[in-house]
Design a protein around this ligand. Structure first.
Ligand SMILES: Cc1cc2nc3c(=O)[nH]c(=O)nc-3n(C[C@H](O)[C@H](O)[C@H](O)COP(=O)(O)O)c2cc1C
Length: 357
């Protein structure tokens, strides 16, 4: 199947998944306000395009942690991604490697991090949920270094598991039991700044902290030597009623003062959305549900096509905004405006609604 628009990928995903799988992919926590607000916030930045600049050779090539990225996009960790296509993390790994973006592998999906490293050599980042004590964590970090991982990611917005009411109402237990794989959240909930200090003092692997929302925490991260600050509210799946992540981005970028790359995710579904985050100072953007939708639409091949379409949209957006390279993107190209359509998790694809999806 050849997808010519991201809309077609979302539509095929919906057709391929049953209700439980769909709700797991698309849902959020509690009232799902944070989930909707992510999209609302992305939609509430509009372009102030510049004219008469040569844009004949627009490039969106960049790098993260020394790894070349064909576009400033990362594939964020998705637990139980094998639910959407049986290849799981391996399908994403192959598509990401072939296309040229960085995958962050979740510790709660298959295949496991060591098997995957053997089958599809990196670069790749490993995201770990703590389900053991410090010695257990240290062992996993050592093994991820030995397996050749480029970076290690701690997700810090999931110290307890949220209430995902779509699942609870149906009495549905997601494939991994929970996204973290166990009901007992003991070790995640004990994680503190000392955990960060411990990892930085003991291990020589770039550390990504995923789930930063405010300037104070971002500043503390860089002061402790964190290598990548990742702004995220877990796609609206953890704490409800947070700001849209793109609105948290400027204060984090300001606090980091260029001392570390800043990633952001939450509601980014289109190439133009990525460009907006870059204008506000992000180094790259995570596209979580879009990755999952592509997996559900057609596994590795669809993820590769999705990345190609996002690239096309990024380059078209940059050219039409009058910018030939990533270094030309800045805050002056954007301003705030009210969204003109009611926003929700899939409102980036308006034709879905017209077609009754
Ligand atoms: C189905 C699903 C599973 C996820 N599993 C994980 C996970 O295992 N670890 C993690 O750090 N984040 C996880 N996330 C959050 C994503 O990494 C990312 O932060 C989020 O999807 C970004 O928002 P977006 O979906 O609007 O792009 C998951 C998200 C989804 C949609």
């Amino acid at each position: 199947m050849q997808f010519l628009t991201l809309h077609e990928i979302a539509k095929r995903a919906k057709q391929n998944l049953d209700k439980n799988q769909w709700d797991y992919l698309i849902g959020g926590a509690d009232t799902e306000s944070a989930l909707k607000r992510n999209r609302y916030s992305v939609d509430s930045w509009v372009f102030r395009p510049r004219i008469l600049n040569e844009v004949s050779g627009v490039s969106a090539n960049t790098e993260l942690l020394g790894v070349p990225l064909r576009i400033p996009v990362v594939m964020p960790p998705i637990g139980s991604i094998q639910v959407f296509e049986e290849g799981g993390g391996e399908s994403v790994a192959r598509a990401a490697a072939e296309f040229g973006v960085l995958q962050i592998l979740s510790s709660v999906c298959t295949p496991d991090f060591e098997t995957l490293a053997e089958r599809v050599p990196g670069p790749r980042i490993y995201q770990l949920y703590l389900v053991g004590d410090e010695a257990w964590m240290d062992d996993i970090i050592e093994r991820s270094i030995a397996a050749g991982y480029t970076g290690f990611c701690l997700t810090v917005d999931t110290q307890v598991y949220s209430r995902r009411e779509r699942d609870i109402i149906k009495r549905h237990v997601p494939a991994s039991g929970r996204e973290v794989g166990v009901a007992d959240f003991g070790y995640q909930s004990k994680m503190t700044w000392e955990t960060v200090e411990h990892i930085k003092s003991k291990f020589d692997i770039p550390l990504v902290i995923k789930g930063v929302n405010v300037a104070e925490d971002a500043r503390r991260c860089v002061e402790m030597g964190v290598d990548v600050v990742y702004v995220s509210n877990h796609g609206g799946r953890q704490l409800d009623h947070t700001r849209g992540c793109i609105d948290a981005l400027p204060e984090v970028v300001e606090a980091v003062e260029g001392r570390a790359p800043v990633l952001v995710d939450g509601g980014f579904m289109r190439g133009a959305d990525v460009v907006k985050a870059l204008c506000l100072g992000a180094s790259a953007v995570g596209m979580g549900r879009l990755q999952a939708l592509a997996m559900a639409a057609g596994g590795e091949a669809a993820v590769a096509q999705m990345l190609g379409l996002v690239e096309h949209e990024i380059i078209t957006t940059m050219a039409l905004a009058g910018v030939a390279g990533l270094d030309g993107l800045n805050r002056g190209l954007l301003e705030k405006a009210d969204p003109i359509v009611p926003t929700h998790v899939l409102s980036a694809f308006p034709h879905l609604e017209e077609e009754g999806y």
